[in-house]
Design a protein around this ligand. Structure first.
Ligand SMILES: Cc1cc2nc3c(=O)[nH]c(=O)nc-3n(C[C@H](O)[C@H](O)[C@H](O)COP(=O)(O)OP(=O)(O)OC[C@H]3O[C@@H](n4cnc5c(N)ncnc54)[C@H](O)[C@@H]3O)c2cc1C
Length: 583
């Protein structure tokens, strides 16, 4: 949809409540607090609410928030207006959706079940406690958080940047994705839209210049590289000045950012080098539900921005849009080289380069990531999938464990495996458990399509032998089709396991083939090259979670302190120390 121009109609909040007293109270609270900036409308039923949304859509009115009350059905179960939230999402994908419940209702099992189910299926953003006093700041805290998220996600106000490009061009998409993942608010206009054409004409540009980025202060970048865009935004992409640090962190995902926060807070002069965007994989997660302390989840980009700002105010130096391509040791220094030719050195280096989950490569399913399609095990969703039809794709132990866990809650679990058997990729005990648990296993099968109205509702399976396809109802699809660590650039001295993950700590000395040059054993997160550490997903045996990446990133700083005090005390080498890690 073409983004409205600044000054377009005000955002609207819709309240759908069957109970007239509750409806009036909520409407009044909203009008009093937000009436200067938002319109508030109330309806008494799901049908009336949907009709109102249709009509608002016809008039291009932006809807910021839809709150609908849970009501008790005849059988005593608590339910929303059936099908209501799915249709709201289809009509207004950006509107925040809240289920209104009474204070204390979480102790009521049917209400608790309804909240968990709607959250797990992505039908609501969160539950909202009906206000019961004036002012009710808990109610307003949820509402203002919703409004901030809606404002960040939509294009109703003037932004720092405007991108004009072809709607379906890969580079346009890359630029926008880069901006989103780095938390930069921007507008996008397709070059063939009326606004896009007008902006190009006013700037004296043509389709040959696409994509273009326009800053609010009048600067224009024509088809910029990532580094040019970052520089123009005021982000350092080159080292200027001193290139000596106590610690260099490679990668600014959760693990690298945590290492930066703890290192800088403890007085270490720290440089973080990131090749792409702050937040790593987490930055691509629309909602992280299992990170400690964020009950209704937090977007990965938001979490990463907070961590980035925290590290920055504590004094961390950042070098962004620069890929580290070389690492060598010149005792007592470790020297990193970037693709642009910059060099920096430190006595300790933390590798936090993460992995990429293999994607399924089916656009219709990618579009539903988070709305029934999940990368990884996402066990936090499992409990709320009671009665659901769930598919897990993958033939390794991780997929098997996810299937077993989900089978405790779901109505039916199907494990979809490309290969001809589980034996080659899954432990015997696990495949035995899968059979015993009644999990359906489809061998030699792949998922080739899927879809639904705002959330996953069906998938298409293809038998790789016969080529026959079939479409099945699906409430959730968990994709565990492997991950690849970013370690191919590392020098051979830094030992990796057969999958490419960096070997650390006790695993270094457990393997007699791996050389270890010091009299002390390697520290828990240390690689086989003293002073070079690995944390987060890139480390062999790590738990692939934001919280564990953050945990390792913070723990490693105590190792760095130990290393720095050792280097002052001069730990004795047992064999010739490796000094050519960069060759
Ligand atoms: C779609 C998605 C959703 C997820 N949802 C959840 C969730 O809900 N909960 C959860 O706990 N976990 C989730 N995860 C997993 C979680 O994001 C990862 O476990 C976590 O991000 C790992 O952090 P990390 O810092 O180790 O690595 P990463 O996040 O992979 O970050 C590594 C960073 O290093 C950079 N880098 C790589 N090589 C170089 C180089 N040579 N030079 C410079 N920089 C480099 C990369 O660009 C990247 O920014 C999700 C993952 C994905 C993909």
């Amino acid at each position: 949809m073409e983004a409205p121009e600044p000054g377009a109609s005000r955002g609207l909040m819709l309240v759908v409540e069957a109970d007239a007293g509750a409806r009036d109270l909520i409407t009044e609270q909203l009008r009093r607090r937000y009436g200067a900036d938002y319109d508030v409308q109330a309806e008494a039923s799901g049908d009336a609410g949907l009709a109102a949304l249709q009509s608002l859509g016809d008039r291009n009115v932006p809807v910021a928030l839809v709150l609908a009350g849970a009501r008790r059905a005849h059988d005593g179960a608590e339910e929303d207006f059936p099908g209501f939230f799915e249709q709201v999402r289809a009509l207004y994908p950006d509107a925040k959706r809240g289920l209104l419940v009474d204070w204390g209702a979480w102790a009521d099992p049917p209400t608790a079940h309804l909240i968990l189910r709607l959250m797990a299926l992505g039908r609501i953003d969160y539950y909202v406690l009906r206000p019961w006093r004036t002012p009710d700041e808990y109610f307003h805290r949820t509402i203002t958080e919703f409004l901030l998220e809606w404002e960040r996600a939509t294009s109703q106000v003037r932004r720092e940047l405007t991108v004009v490009g072809e709607a379906w061009s890969q580079r346009s998409h890359e630029l926008r994705s880069l901006l989103v993942r780095n938390g930069v608010l921007h507008l996008f206009h397709a070059s063939d839209s009326p606004t896009g054409r007008r902006i190009l004409a006013e700037a004296g540009l043509s389709d040959a210049d696409l994509p273009v980025v326009l800053f609010h202060d009048g600067r224009v970048l024509v088809d910029p590289t990532n580094a040019q865009l970052a520089e123009a935004y005021g982000v350092h992409t080159h080292l200027d000045g001193d290139a000596d640090f106590d610690l260099i962190v490679v990668g600014a995902g959760p693990a690298g950012l945590a290492a930066a926060v703890y290192a800088s807070s403890e007085g270490l002069r720290t440089l973080v080098i990131e090749r792409e965007s702050i937040g790593g994989q987490a930055g691509s997660s629309s909602l992280i539900r299992n990170y400690f302390g964020f009950a209704r989840g937090i977007s990965g980009a938001e979490l990463a921005q907070r961590a980035y700002q925290q590290a920055w105010v504590l004094g961390t130096n950042f070098l962004l849009m620069q890929e580290v391509v070389g690492l060598r040791s010149e005792t007592p220094w470790h020297v990193v080289t970037t693709a642009h030719g910059d060099e920096a050195r430190a006595r300790a280096v933390v590798l936090a380069t993460g992995v990429s989950y293999r994607r399924i490569g089916v656009d219709a399913l990618e579009a539903l990531t988070g709305a029934g399609v999940f990368y990884g095990a996402s066990v936090s969703e499992a409990r709320a999938l009671a009665g659901a039809d769930v598919f897990v794709v993958g033939g390794a132990n991780s997929a098997g464990q996810a299937a077993m866990h989900l089978a405790r809650y779901a109505r039916a679990v199907t494990l979809v495996v490309r290969g001809p058997s589980l034996a080659a990729s899954m432990s015997q005990y696990l495949s035995d458990e899968i059979v015993a648990a009644g999990i359906r296993v489809l061998l030699h099968t792949e998922v080739v399509d899927g879809g639904g109205d705002g959330r996953l509702q069906q998938i298409t399976l293809r038998d790789r032998g016969s080529g026959e396809t079939s479409t099945e109802h699906a409430d959730a699809l968990f994709l565990l089709i492997g991950a690849e660590p970013h370690t191919t650039w590392l020098p051979p001295d830094i030992q990796r396991d057969r999958w490419g993950y960096v070997i650390t700590g006790p695993d270094v000395t457990a393997d007699p083939v791996i050389p270890w040059p010091l009299s002390r054993p390697p520290l828990m997160l240390e690689t086989c090259v003293p002073g070079i550490f690995a944390v987060g997903d890139v480390r062999g045996g790590s738990v692939k979670r934001v919280a564990s990446a953050v945990g390792e990133g913070s723990i490693v700083i105590s190792h760095v302190h130990q290393l720095l005090s050792e280097s002052r005390a001069n730990v004795r080498p047992t064999r010739a120390a490796t000094t050519d890690a960069g060759r």
